[in-house]
Design a protein around this ligand. Sequence first.
Ligand SMILES: Cc1ncc(COP(=O)(O)O)c(C=O)c1O
Length: 408
Amino acid sequence: MYQFWKKKTGKEIKDIVFNALEENVNYEKQNILGIPASYLDDKIFNQDNSFLQDAPFISTLIQNPNHIGCHTLGKSEPFFKGTHDIERELINICAVDILKGKKGEQDGYLASGGTEANIQAIWIYRNYFMQEMNARQDEICVLCSEDSHYSMDKAGNLLTLSVKKVPLIDDSRKLSETELDVILAQAQAEGKKYCIVVANMMTTMFGSVDCVDTYVNALKKHNLSYKIHVDGAFGGFYYPFTDQDSRLTFENKEINSFTLDAHKMAQAPYGTGIFIIRKGFMSFANTKEASYVEGEDFTLIGSRSGANAIAVWMILMKNGPFGWQEKIFILQKRTEWMCEQLKELNFDFYRHEKSNIITIRSQFVTEGIAHKFGLVPDNHKQPNWYKIVIMDHVTIEKLLLLLEDLRK
Ligand SMILES: Cc1ncc(COP(=O)(O)O)c(C=O)c1O
């Protein structure tokens, strides 16, 4: 059932990573004279073998492989072949085993984060519409919801595209079909013909999930061309495990690409955004002028640390797919438990039933409590909501302390 994702022991993981590092160039042992990079500064970073021999991730950091470019298509820099192979396997795990794509039918890379992965998607589709459909820049817009992450605004600003935000129904956080209709009619009146849709797989503030069919039906009704990207920066390592019947997978032909962030729910170090797209589209972000990079550069970021791919791969392999399901199952149970407590207190809150975010209306939470427990508001100047995110460290014992204060 899982094609790439197989649980491994610590020893197996260590052996695979060290073997991969052997296949990369070694700045210390080999005469590598032309790369503008080296191992990490040994005056600061301990390179003592007795310290590193059981530490595959730190060893990778110290050897400092560069994963510039995209390694699922064409050629890549041969210097870091070993760790590129691991990144490729990681992309396959995400594309095939988590997002139900067919083997060999997606490309992807590790971006700096969700922001970059979302911008990469919008960049690709803008160029796709302009190059393939002869669209004018002002005929293209980004379509997302009012709860979408602000990276869509960054993308709109950078790529000079207007961003249309669909209002949501306050209690359910669902897309308002009537408002969507109005927005599309307005966009058409402004001359828009092409929409880059970003659908949410768990929003930042509410953990809510957009219904892609609502977008598709409205876009078809208005006869607009579109491409759909799913922002799973928060939900990518969560929602596919709580909703077995999810429409947000590559099995849904309407969806073309995904963002997933390992540095959120997967507890990986920062710098582990993941961008995955159906084959045939990465080339719209190719920078042919990247002539000194073997295989050119299809990504927004340029140089990036190979240690990031190793970290995420190690996390997924150590847990294994069933360990991951159990981890998410526990978080779901804790979230359900917390919701029950809040219901008993008659608090008004939002929670998507497949999510681990609980968002409480601000009148039930004093500023002091929010501050004490690090509850994040939707808006620091004028909070309407505060959220609790049930992560690994957010245990029932800690939630009990919050409940004690909320009861007062
Ligand atoms: C839904 C969503 N998309 C995108 C992002 C941006 O991710 P990053 O901060 O990794 O750039 C976030 C961050 O919270 C997010 O929640």
